[in-house]
Design a protein around this ligand. Structure first.
Ligand SMILES: *Cc1c(COP(=O)(O)O)cnc(C)c1O
Length: 392
Protein backbone atom coordinates (compact mmCIF):
# COMPACT_ATOMS: atom_id res chain seq x y z
CA UNK A 1 0.00 0.00 0.00
CA UNK A 2 1.32 3.42 -0.97
CA UNK A 3 -0.11 6.59 0.52
CA UNK A 4 -1.21 9.56 -1.60
CA UNK A 5 2.00 11.57 -1.32
CA UNK A 6 0.23 14.74 -2.42
CA UNK A 7 -1.07 15.08 1.13
CA UNK A 8 2.49 15.87 2.19
CA UNK A 9 2.29 19.00 0.05
CA UNK A 10 -0.64 20.43 2.02
CA UNK A 11 0.31 23.33 4.22
CA UNK A 12 -0.74 22.98 7.82
CA UNK A 13 -3.41 25.54 8.53
CA UNK A 14 -2.81 27.15 11.89
CA UNK A 15 -5.17 30.07 11.19
CA UNK A 16 -8.09 29.30 13.45
CA UNK A 17 -6.11 27.37 16.06
CA UNK A 18 -3.71 30.32 16.41
CA UNK A 19 -6.62 32.77 16.70
CA UNK A 20 -8.23 30.63 19.39
CA UNK A 21 -4.99 30.26 21.34
CA UNK A 22 -4.29 34.00 21.28
CA UNK A 23 -7.83 34.82 22.42
CA UNK A 24 -7.67 32.17 25.17
CA UNK A 25 -4.39 33.61 26.47
CA UNK A 26 -5.72 37.18 26.38
CA UNK A 27 -8.87 36.22 28.29
CA UNK A 28 -6.83 34.35 30.91
CA UNK A 29 -4.64 37.44 31.48
CA UNK A 30 -7.52 39.96 31.28
CA UNK A 31 -10.55 38.31 32.89
CA UNK A 32 -12.32 41.68 33.37
CA UNK A 33 -12.31 42.61 29.65
CA UNK A 34 -15.13 41.68 27.24
CA UNK A 35 -13.86 40.19 23.99
CA UNK A 36 -16.11 40.59 20.91
CA UNK A 37 -15.72 38.09 18.08
CA UNK A 38 -16.23 39.52 14.62
CA UNK A 39 -14.31 36.72 12.96
CA UNK A 40 -17.23 34.29 12.94
CA UNK A 41 -17.41 32.49 9.59
CA UNK A 42 -20.64 30.69 10.40
CA UNK A 43 -24.25 31.83 10.46
CA UNK A 44 -25.77 32.45 13.90
CA UNK A 45 -29.50 32.94 13.23
CA UNK A 46 -31.70 29.84 13.67
CA UNK A 47 -33.58 28.08 10.85
CA UNK A 48 -36.73 29.90 9.81
CA UNK A 49 -40.21 28.70 10.77
CA UNK A 50 -41.18 27.37 7.33
CA UNK A 51 -38.11 25.13 7.28
CA UNK A 52 -38.66 23.82 10.80
CA UNK A 53 -42.35 23.10 10.12
CA UNK A 54 -41.52 21.29 6.87
CA UNK A 55 -38.90 19.13 8.58
CA UNK A 56 -41.27 18.28 11.49
CA UNK A 57 -43.87 17.17 8.97
CA UNK A 58 -41.31 15.08 7.11
CA UNK A 59 -40.19 13.37 10.32
CA UNK A 60 -43.81 12.40 10.99
CA UNK A 61 -44.14 11.02 7.44
CA UNK A 62 -41.06 8.86 7.99
CA UNK A 63 -42.69 7.30 11.08
CA UNK A 64 -45.78 6.11 9.23
CA UNK A 65 -45.90 2.99 7.03
CA UNK A 66 -47.77 4.65 4.16
CA UNK A 67 -45.43 7.62 3.82
CA UNK A 68 -42.10 6.08 4.91
CA UNK A 69 -39.25 6.57 2.41
CA UNK A 70 -36.00 4.67 2.03
CA UNK A 71 -33.26 5.52 -0.46
CA UNK A 72 -34.18 8.52 -2.59
CA UNK A 73 -32.80 9.54 -5.96
CA UNK A 74 -29.04 10.23 -5.57
CA UNK A 75 -29.38 13.54 -7.43
CA UNK A 76 -32.25 14.73 -5.21
CA UNK A 77 -36.05 14.51 -5.16
CA UNK A 78 -37.94 16.18 -8.03
CA UNK A 79 -39.84 18.41 -5.60
CA UNK A 80 -36.62 20.10 -4.52
CA UNK A 81 -35.07 20.20 -7.98
CA UNK A 82 -38.26 21.88 -9.22
CA UNK A 83 -37.98 24.43 -6.40
CA UNK A 84 -34.38 25.21 -7.42
CA UNK A 85 -35.49 25.40 -11.08
CA UNK A 86 -38.16 27.93 -10.06
CA UNK A 87 -35.61 29.98 -8.12
CA UNK A 88 -33.32 30.29 -11.16
CA UNK A 89 -36.29 31.43 -13.31
CA UNK A 90 -36.37 34.58 -11.15
CA UNK A 91 -32.99 35.47 -12.69
CA UNK A 92 -34.11 34.45 -16.19
CA UNK A 93 -32.03 31.29 -16.13
CA UNK A 94 -33.90 28.26 -17.41
CA UNK A 95 -32.61 24.88 -16.33
CA UNK A 96 -33.71 21.32 -17.09
CA UNK A 97 -34.33 19.19 -14.03
CA UNK A 98 -31.54 16.82 -15.04
CA UNK A 99 -29.05 19.71 -14.87
CA UNK A 100 -29.78 20.18 -11.14
CA UNK A 101 -28.06 17.96 -8.58
CA UNK A 102 -28.92 18.18 -4.88
CA UNK A 103 -26.10 17.52 -2.41
CA UNK A 104 -25.11 17.85 1.22
CA UNK A 105 -23.39 21.17 0.54
CA UNK A 106 -21.04 23.17 -1.61
CA UNK A 107 -17.81 22.09 0.07
CA UNK A 108 -18.43 18.42 -0.74
CA UNK A 109 -19.34 19.14 -4.36
CA UNK A 110 -16.34 21.45 -4.85
CA UNK A 111 -14.09 18.57 -3.81
CA UNK A 112 -16.07 15.73 -5.41
CA UNK A 113 -16.37 17.28 -8.85
CA UNK A 114 -12.59 17.02 -9.23
CA UNK A 115 -13.19 13.27 -9.75
CA UNK A 116 -14.23 14.19 -13.29
CA UNK A 117 -11.00 15.92 -14.28
CA UNK A 118 -7.59 14.66 -15.27
CA UNK A 119 -4.77 15.25 -12.81
CA UNK A 120 -2.80 16.94 -15.60
CA UNK A 121 -5.21 19.86 -15.79
CA UNK A 122 -3.91 23.24 -14.66
CA UNK A 123 -6.22 25.09 -12.28
CA UNK A 124 -6.53 28.84 -11.88
CA UNK A 125 -7.51 30.04 -8.43
CA UNK A 126 -8.06 33.62 -7.25
CA UNK A 127 -5.88 34.81 -4.37
CA UNK A 128 -7.14 35.51 -1.72
CA UNK A 129 -9.93 32.93 -1.58
CA UNK A 130 -11.75 30.16 0.30
CA UNK A 131 -8.92 27.69 1.08
CA UNK A 132 -10.71 24.50 -0.05
CA UNK A 133 -10.03 25.19 -3.76
CA UNK A 134 -6.28 25.07 -3.27
CA UNK A 135 -6.22 22.13 -0.87
CA UNK A 136 -8.52 19.84 -2.90
CA UNK A 137 -6.28 20.33 -5.95
CA UNK A 138 -3.09 19.78 -3.97
CA UNK A 139 -4.57 16.46 -2.80
CA UNK A 140 -4.90 15.45 -6.47
CA UNK A 141 -1.47 16.83 -7.39
CA UNK A 142 -2.71 19.39 -9.94
CA UNK A 143 -0.64 22.39 -10.96
CA UNK A 144 -2.11 25.59 -9.50
CA UNK A 145 -1.69 29.13 -10.87
CA UNK A 146 -3.21 32.22 -9.30
CA UNK A 147 -5.26 35.22 -10.41
CA UNK A 148 -4.14 38.08 -8.23
CA UNK A 149 -6.67 40.13 -6.28
CA UNK A 150 -5.38 43.41 -4.89
CA UNK A 151 -6.40 46.96 -4.03
CA UNK A 152 -5.89 48.07 -7.67
CA UNK A 153 -8.57 45.68 -8.97
CA UNK A 154 -10.71 45.97 -5.82
CA UNK A 155 -10.00 42.30 -5.15
CA UNK A 156 -11.83 41.31 -8.34
CA UNK A 157 -9.04 39.77 -10.43
CA UNK A 158 -9.71 39.78 -14.17
CA UNK A 159 -8.22 37.83 -17.05
CA UNK A 160 -5.25 40.21 -17.08
CA UNK A 161 -4.37 39.39 -13.48
CA UNK A 162 -3.43 35.78 -14.19
CA UNK A 163 0.12 35.18 -13.01
CA UNK A 164 1.31 32.64 -15.45
CA UNK A 165 1.66 32.15 -19.19
CA UNK A 166 0.34 28.64 -18.64
CA UNK A 167 -3.16 28.16 -20.02
CA UNK A 168 -5.55 27.10 -17.22
CA UNK A 169 -8.02 24.27 -17.85
CA UNK A 170 -10.18 24.85 -14.77
CA UNK A 171 -10.99 28.31 -13.42
CA UNK A 172 -12.42 28.96 -9.96
CA UNK A 173 -14.58 32.02 -9.40
CA UNK A 174 -16.24 32.89 -6.09
CA UNK A 175 -18.71 35.80 -6.19
CA UNK A 176 -19.63 37.31 -3.79
CA UNK A 177 -16.17 36.36 -2.60
CA UNK A 178 -15.10 34.80 0.66
CA UNK A 179 -13.07 36.40 2.29
CA UNK A 180 -13.23 39.77 0.49
CA UNK A 181 -16.98 40.26 -0.02
CA UNK A 182 -16.24 41.62 -3.52
CA UNK A 183 -18.86 40.92 -6.23
CA UNK A 184 -18.32 40.68 -9.99
CA UNK A 185 -20.68 42.59 -12.28
CA UNK A 186 -22.04 41.07 -15.51
CA UNK A 187 -19.40 42.64 -17.72
CA UNK A 188 -16.56 41.31 -15.57
CA UNK A 189 -18.07 37.81 -15.52
CA UNK A 190 -18.62 38.00 -19.27
CA UNK A 191 -14.90 38.55 -19.78
CA UNK A 192 -14.19 35.41 -17.71
CA UNK A 193 -16.76 33.43 -19.73
CA UNK A 194 -15.21 34.64 -23.00
CA UNK A 195 -11.74 33.80 -21.71
CA UNK A 196 -12.86 30.28 -20.71
CA UNK A 197 -14.45 29.68 -24.12
CA UNK A 198 -11.37 30.98 -25.97
CA UNK A 199 -9.15 28.64 -23.97
CA UNK A 200 -11.42 25.59 -23.79
CA UNK A 201 -11.41 25.92 -20.02
CA UNK A 202 -14.18 25.13 -17.53
CA UNK A 203 -15.31 27.63 -14.88
CA UNK A 204 -16.28 26.33 -11.44
CA UNK A 205 -18.50 29.12 -10.12
CA UNK A 206 -19.07 29.17 -6.36
CA UNK A 207 -22.19 31.21 -5.62
CA UNK A 208 -22.52 30.35 -1.91
CA UNK A 209 -23.29 34.00 -1.06
CA UNK A 210 -25.57 34.88 -4.00
CA UNK A 211 -28.54 35.50 -1.70
CA UNK A 212 -26.76 38.53 -0.20
CA UNK A 213 -27.03 40.31 -3.56
CA UNK A 214 -29.94 42.76 -3.65
CA UNK A 215 -28.85 44.89 -6.61
CA UNK A 216 -30.76 43.77 -9.75
CA UNK A 217 -27.76 44.77 -11.89
CA UNK A 218 -25.47 42.20 -10.28
CA UNK A 219 -25.54 38.54 -11.34
CA UNK A 220 -26.58 35.84 -8.84
CA UNK A 221 -25.67 33.07 -11.24
CA UNK A 222 -22.98 32.72 -13.90
CA UNK A 223 -25.71 31.41 -16.19
CA UNK A 224 -27.06 34.96 -16.40
CA UNK A 225 -24.08 35.52 -18.70
CA UNK A 226 -24.51 34.62 -22.39
CA UNK A 227 -22.58 31.52 -23.33
CA UNK A 228 -21.85 30.41 -19.77
CA UNK A 229 -23.74 27.14 -20.17
CA UNK A 230 -21.07 25.96 -22.58
CA UNK A 231 -18.21 26.55 -20.13
CA UNK A 232 -19.38 26.64 -16.49
CA UNK A 233 -20.57 24.54 -13.60
CA UNK A 234 -22.25 26.36 -10.70
CA UNK A 235 -22.05 25.24 -7.10
CA UNK A 236 -24.33 26.73 -4.47
CA UNK A 237 -25.64 25.94 -1.05
CA UNK A 238 -28.31 26.84 1.47
CA UNK A 239 -25.68 27.23 4.20
CA UNK A 240 -25.33 31.01 4.11
CA UNK A 241 -28.69 31.60 2.35
CA UNK A 242 -30.87 29.90 4.92
CA UNK A 243 -28.67 28.95 7.87
CA UNK A 244 -28.10 25.35 6.68
CA UNK A 245 -24.44 25.11 7.78
CA UNK A 246 -25.38 22.42 10.30
CA UNK A 247 -28.41 21.03 8.44
CA UNK A 248 -26.48 20.44 5.15
CA UNK A 249 -28.00 20.96 1.74
CA UNK A 250 -26.67 22.45 -1.49
CA UNK A 251 -26.99 22.09 -5.25
CA UNK A 252 -24.76 21.93 -8.29
CA UNK A 253 -25.77 22.86 -11.82
CA UNK A 254 -24.10 20.94 -14.66
CA UNK A 255 -25.55 22.16 -17.98
CA UNK A 256 -26.29 19.68 -20.78
CA UNK A 257 -24.31 21.98 -23.08
CA UNK A 258 -21.16 20.72 -21.35
CA UNK A 259 -21.69 17.40 -23.10
CA UNK A 260 -20.35 14.31 -21.33
CA UNK A 261 -19.80 16.15 -18.07
CA UNK A 262 -23.49 16.07 -17.07
CA UNK A 263 -23.72 12.28 -17.44
CA UNK A 264 -20.32 11.81 -15.78
CA UNK A 265 -21.42 13.78 -12.72
CA UNK A 266 -24.65 11.75 -12.55
CA UNK A 267 -22.59 8.56 -12.75
CA UNK A 268 -20.18 9.83 -10.09
CA UNK A 269 -23.01 10.72 -7.72
CA UNK A 270 -25.02 7.51 -8.25
CA UNK A 271 -21.87 5.47 -7.70
CA UNK A 272 -20.38 7.23 -4.67
CA UNK A 273 -23.32 8.98 -3.00
CA UNK A 274 -26.78 8.13 -1.71
CA UNK A 275 -28.33 11.56 -1.50
CA UNK A 276 -29.49 14.09 1.07
CA UNK A 277 -31.97 12.93 3.77
CA UNK A 278 -35.63 13.27 2.75
CA UNK A 279 -36.29 15.35 5.88
CA UNK A 280 -33.57 17.86 4.96
CA UNK A 281 -34.76 18.08 1.36
CA UNK A 282 -38.27 18.93 2.58
CA UNK A 283 -36.74 21.67 4.76
CA UNK A 284 -34.76 22.95 1.76
CA UNK A 285 -37.90 22.94 -0.40
CA UNK A 286 -39.56 25.23 2.16
CA UNK A 287 -36.75 27.82 1.73
CA UNK A 288 -37.95 28.41 -1.83
CA UNK A 289 -41.62 29.03 -0.93
CA UNK A 290 -42.95 32.58 -0.69
CA UNK A 291 -43.06 32.40 3.12
CA UNK A 292 -39.63 30.79 3.31
CA UNK A 293 -38.10 33.48 1.11
CA UNK A 294 -39.60 36.21 3.28
CA UNK A 295 -38.38 34.58 6.47
CA UNK A 296 -34.80 34.07 5.28
CA UNK A 297 -34.77 37.67 4.02
CA UNK A 298 -35.24 38.81 7.61
CA UNK A 299 -32.10 36.98 8.69
CA UNK A 300 -30.11 38.10 5.65
CA UNK A 301 -31.15 41.70 6.30
CA UNK A 302 -30.03 41.41 9.91
CA UNK A 303 -26.54 40.34 8.77
CA UNK A 304 -26.51 42.99 6.05
CA UNK A 305 -27.42 45.71 8.52
CA UNK A 306 -24.49 44.61 10.70
CA UNK A 307 -22.26 44.75 7.61
CA UNK A 308 -23.47 48.28 6.93
CA UNK A 309 -22.61 49.35 10.48
CA UNK A 310 -19.10 47.96 10.00
CA UNK A 311 -18.68 49.54 6.55
CA UNK A 312 -19.82 52.95 7.78
CA UNK A 313 -17.34 52.77 10.62
CA UNK A 314 -14.51 51.96 8.19
CA UNK A 315 -15.51 54.99 6.11
CA UNK A 316 -15.58 57.22 9.19
CA UNK A 317 -12.15 55.97 10.23
CA UNK A 318 -10.72 56.37 6.73
CA UNK A 319 -9.87 52.69 6.53
CA UNK A 320 -9.76 51.24 2.98
CA UNK A 321 -12.10 48.26 2.49
CA UNK A 322 -14.16 46.26 0.00
CA UNK A 323 -17.27 44.09 0.52
CA UNK A 324 -19.90 44.61 3.17
CA UNK A 325 -22.67 45.53 0.77
CA UNK A 326 -23.76 42.25 -0.83
CA UNK A 327 -21.82 39.98 1.48
CA UNK A 328 -21.41 39.23 5.18
CA UNK A 329 -17.68 40.02 4.85
CA UNK A 330 -15.77 43.28 5.14
CA UNK A 331 -12.19 43.10 3.88
CA UNK A 332 -10.08 45.98 5.15
CA UNK A 333 -6.56 47.21 4.77
CA UNK A 334 -4.80 47.08 8.12
CA UNK A 335 -4.25 50.66 9.37
CA UNK A 336 -0.69 52.03 9.60
CA UNK A 337 0.62 49.35 7.22
CA UNK A 338 0.45 46.72 9.92
CA UNK A 339 0.70 43.08 8.81
CA UNK A 340 -2.40 40.93 9.21
CA UNK A 341 -1.16 39.35 12.45
CA UNK A 342 0.22 42.61 13.87
CA UNK A 343 -3.23 44.11 13.39
CA UNK A 344 -4.88 41.06 14.94
CA UNK A 345 -2.74 41.46 18.08
CA UNK A 346 -3.20 45.24 18.16
CA UNK A 347 -6.99 44.98 17.90
CA UNK A 348 -7.23 42.27 20.53
CA UNK A 349 -4.95 44.15 22.91
CA UNK A 350 -6.48 47.62 22.44
CA UNK A 351 -10.13 47.01 21.51
CA UNK A 352 -10.74 43.37 22.45
CA UNK A 353 -12.18 42.78 18.97
CA UNK A 354 -11.33 39.52 17.19
CA UNK A 355 -11.25 39.24 13.39
CA UNK A 356 -9.50 37.00 10.88
CA UNK A 357 -6.01 37.85 9.52
CA UNK A 358 -6.20 38.12 5.73
CA UNK A 359 -2.86 36.32 5.39
CA UNK A 360 -4.75 33.10 6.16
CA UNK A 361 -6.53 33.27 2.77
CA UNK A 362 -3.54 33.51 0.44
CA UNK A 363 -0.36 35.50 -0.16
CA UNK A 364 -2.27 38.56 -1.33
CA UNK A 365 -4.22 38.62 1.94
CA UNK A 366 -1.14 39.83 3.84
CA UNK A 367 -1.77 43.32 5.22
CA UNK A 368 -5.54 42.80 5.12
CA UNK A 369 -8.13 41.68 7.64
CA UNK A 370 -11.62 40.13 7.49
CA UNK A 371 -14.51 41.19 9.71
CA UNK A 372 -17.86 39.41 9.49
CA UNK A 373 -21.44 40.44 10.11
CA UNK A 374 -22.52 37.17 11.74
CA UNK A 375 -22.25 38.61 15.26
CA UNK A 376 -25.16 40.09 17.23
CA UNK A 377 -26.27 43.67 16.55
CA UNK A 378 -25.27 44.78 20.06
CA UNK A 379 -21.78 43.31 19.77
CA UNK A 380 -21.28 44.71 16.28
CA UNK A 381 -22.20 48.21 17.44
CA UNK A 382 -19.98 47.98 20.52
CA UNK A 383 -17.03 46.67 18.51
CA UNK A 384 -17.39 49.55 16.05
CA UNK A 385 -17.51 52.10 18.89
CA UNK A 386 -14.18 50.70 20.05
CA UNK A 387 -12.84 50.95 16.49
CA UNK A 388 -13.75 54.62 16.33
CA UNK A 389 -11.99 55.31 19.63
CA UNK A 390 -8.80 53.82 18.19
CA UNK A 391 -8.82 55.05 14.60
CA UNK A 392 -11.10 58.06 14.12
C1 LIG B 1 -19.34 28.50 3.37
C2 LIG B 1 -18.79 28.32 2.01
C3 LIG B 1 -18.99 27.15 1.27
C4 LIG B 1 -19.45 25.89 1.95
O1 LIG B 1 -20.75 25.67 1.92
P1 LIG B 1 -21.37 24.34 2.50
O2 LIG B 1 -22.56 24.20 1.65
O3 LIG B 1 -21.69 24.61 3.94
O4 LIG B 1 -20.44 23.19 2.36
C5 LIG B 1 -18.57 27.09 -0.04
N1 LIG B 1 -17.93 28.11 -0.60
C6 LIG B 1 -17.67 29.25 0.08
C7 LIG B 1 -16.94 30.34 -0.58
C8 LIG B 1 -18.08 29.37 1.42
O5 LIG B 1 -17.75 30.46 2.11
Amino acid sequence: MNLNKNYENLEQSYLFSTINRKVREFVANNPDKKVIRLGIGDVTKPLCKSVVDAMHKAVDEMGVQESFRGYGPEQGYDFLRQAVQGYYKKYNVSLDLDEIFISDGAKSDLGNILDLFDKDNVVLIPDPVYPAYVDTNIMDGRKIVFAHGNAENNFLPGVNDIESEVKPDIIYICSPNNPTGAVYNKEQLKSWVDYAKRNDALILFDSAYESFISNPELPHSIFEIDGAKTCAVEICSLSKTAGFTGTRCGYTIVPQELGKLNKMWLRRQTTKYNGVPYIVQRGAEAVFTKEGMEEIAENLNYYKENAKIISQTMQECGIWFVGGEYSPYIWLKCPNNMSSWEFFDYLLENAQVVGTPGAGFGKNGEGYFRLTSFGSRENTIEAMERFKKLFK
